[in-house]
Design a protein around this ligand. Structure first.
Ligand code: OOB
Length: 555
């Protein structure tokens, strides 16, 4: 905690809101928090799996394969190089790397130096990077020279001119970085495992992302349990298809879960089916994870592929609702098991279990990692969300949670924390869910994205699922349009399946004929080539709503 700590919700607030001492003691006693840092973890992995493949990936057309011993040595050298630049304990470093092999030794190098990566996504630009650097007082931005046509190092240098704390811009692939990565290794003090290891970004759909402090102790617990729940083995091959800095491919079970198990990590430079299928075949990938729009694209591409996907055992789908229609197509098309994951960078992660009956795998988003993940499902209209407002069994309510890997506050955000957390430490997820007797959650949607059509509540995800049942529809996204009489009406955006040309009347009739309430039939239907996406590839409803608003202004 820093001197910025401001009790009473004034000022920026602390870097890290710790768990109450008695709660922390309980999590330690239960064996959730084991007092190990990520740096120490890599050391033990290098001993246990020295000659095994740890990381495979490509950068600028060059393929790299590192064993655990090589990954460990590179991380040691990078840590020593960073320390030589004066980057050390508690320093924040904005990290913006695409899916290149260097991601892994750089992250472990930062951890060994005691520095805290701030995990930016490759899609972030000047405004976001400036915000991350200014908010954290970052001393460096570590990125690549350029990637997919964007000059990242040039953007980083422009940000460094604006943010006084930034002393270094380091670019993987530059001579300066090569020198740093060639520094002679030396032992550095291991940081406090209960301290902040890094900052994740919130997936929130409004404004610039909030910064989420995660500790070695809490994150390693979620990594360890995720690896177990996803049945990773030392001979598993995990492919990161999504941008690896995001919480899902990082830790659910992600590249960290794979390394924790002694398995191999493959970094896919792009998530498209062509690239992903090539790598699944070449590397005999056993498990990977995607967001629903990508799952839909892979399902479509699988029917015509000449690639051998037979090694794939599990496809995790999460990050946004995977409706039953899409869920039902995944196993038949890709020849693997579906595992749904409902998670958030703030903490809570739910998985369907690999031995769950199909009904739960297809129809729910899973149940929490830990029996100590406390869930409170409350009346969405209730302002204080106390335990008195819990909804009845099976009813839809707003999800609140606290537990051994869910944060108690954002980084320096006292005012926001007062709204985002209850006084007794529950995080308000903003998600509407229904709980099954088995403990599995069905995510109904984001509370703020529910459409209020003249008082009738329409869950966008439900209508999307009906549209997805139409053979001419590859993907669907339903958003609200302001309406003078009803308050809001529904607009369904649709991406057609390859070679198909669905029309608005046909799709509206199709939904109606599925026997749903008339108010759920989309008022407007727009057929588009593709949806705008967030940095990790989720459909950006915010951008869709903005596009609609712009159209309306144009008349
Ligand atoms: C993951 O993390 P974030 O932080 O980018 O986004 C979290 C939000 C959740 O609050 C929820 O609104 C939505 O994304 N979400 C889902 C979902 N998984 C995430 N909504 C419906 N169904 C799902 N399966 O997105 C994330 C973090 C770890 C693992 C997986 C995803």
């Amino acid at each position: 905690m820093t001197g910025d700590d401001a009790p009473g919700g004034e000022g920026p607030g602390p870097d890290h809101v710790p768990w109450p001492a008695d709660v922390a003691a309980r999590y330690r006693a239960a064996g959730y928090w084991r007092g190990q840092t990520f740096g120490a973890l890599l050391t033990s992995l290098a001993h246990a799996h020295a000659g095994r493949l740890a990381v495979a990936g490509e950068r600028a057309g060059t393929v790299t394969r590192w064993t655990y011993a090589e990954l460990d040595e590179r991380a040691h050298r990078i840590a020593a190089g960073l320390a030589g630049l004066g980057i050390g304990p508690g320093d924040h470093v904005v990290l913006q790397l695409p899916n290149i092999p260097e991601f892994m030794p750089v992250v472990f190098g930062l951890w060994r130096a005691g520095a805290r990566p701030v995990f930016a996504l490759p899609a972030h630009r000047r405004t976001e990077l400036r915000h991350f650097a200014a908010q954290t007082g970052a001393v460096a931005i570590l990125t690549v020279e350029s990637h997919e046509g964007h000059e990242h190092a040039a953007t980083a240098r422009a940000v460094a001119r604006d943010v006084a704390s930034l002393r270094h811009v380091l670019a993987v692939g530059s001579a300066e970085f090569d020198d740093l990565a060639a520094t002679a290794p030396r032992e550095l003090p291991d940081p406090d495992p209960a301290g902040v290891a890094f900052l994740q970004l919130s997936g929130g759909s409004t404004g610039v992302p909030k910064l989420i402090p995660r500790t070695h102790d809490d994150y390693l617990f979620s990594v360890r349990e995720s690896a177990r729940i996803c049945a990773l083995r030392p001979d598993s091959v995990y492919m990161a298809a999504l941008p690896v800095a995001h919480n899902f491919p990082l830790s659910s079970p992600g590249v960290l879960g794979a390394l924790h198990t002694g398995a191999a990590v493959v970094l896919a430079p792009r998530p498209d089916a062509g690239t992903a299928f090539r790598l699944i075949e070449a590397e005999r990938v056993t498990i990977t994870g995607v967001v629903p729009p990508l799952a839909a694209a892979w399902v479509q591409a699988a029917s015509g592929t000449g690639r051998d996907l037979s090694s794939l055992e599990v496809l995790l789908v999460g990050g946004a609702k995977c409706g039953r229609e899409l869920a039902g197509r995944i196993a038949p098309a890709l020849g693997c098991r579906l595992q749904q994951v409902f998670g958030m960078a703030e903490g809570l992660v739910c998985y369907t279990r690999l031995d769950d009956p199909d009904e739960l795998v297809l129809g729910t988003q899973g149940r929490p990692i830990s029996p100590d993940d406390e869930l409170r499902i409350v009346d969405p209209g209730d302002p204080d969300a106390s335990s008195a407002d819990v909804v009845g069994p099976g009813e839809v309510g707003a999800l609140l949670t606290r537990g051994p890997y869910t944060i108690r506050g954002y980084h320096r955000a006292a005012a926001h924390n007062a709204a985002a957390f209850t006084p007794d430490g529950f995080y308000r997820t903003g998600d509407l869910v229904r709980r099954r007797p088995s403990g599995h959650l069905e995510v109904v949607g984001r509370a703020k994205e529910q459409i209020n059509r003249g008082g009738e509540k329409v869950a966008a995800e439900e209508v999307e699922d009906h549209l997805m049942a139409h053979p001419a529809v590859l993907d669907a996204a339903v958003v609200a349009v302001p309406d003078e009489y009803l308050g809001e009406r529904t607009c369904a955006y649709v991406v057609p399946a390859a070679g198909a040309a669905p029309t608005a009347p046909e799709l509206r009739r199709f939904v109606r004929e599925r026997g749903v309430a008339t108010f759920k039939v989309p008022d407007l239907v727009r057929v588009v080539d593709a949806f705008p996406a967030t940095g990790v590839g989720k459909t950006s409803k915010r951008d869709l709503r903005a596009a609609l608003a712009a159209l309306r202004e144009d008349g």
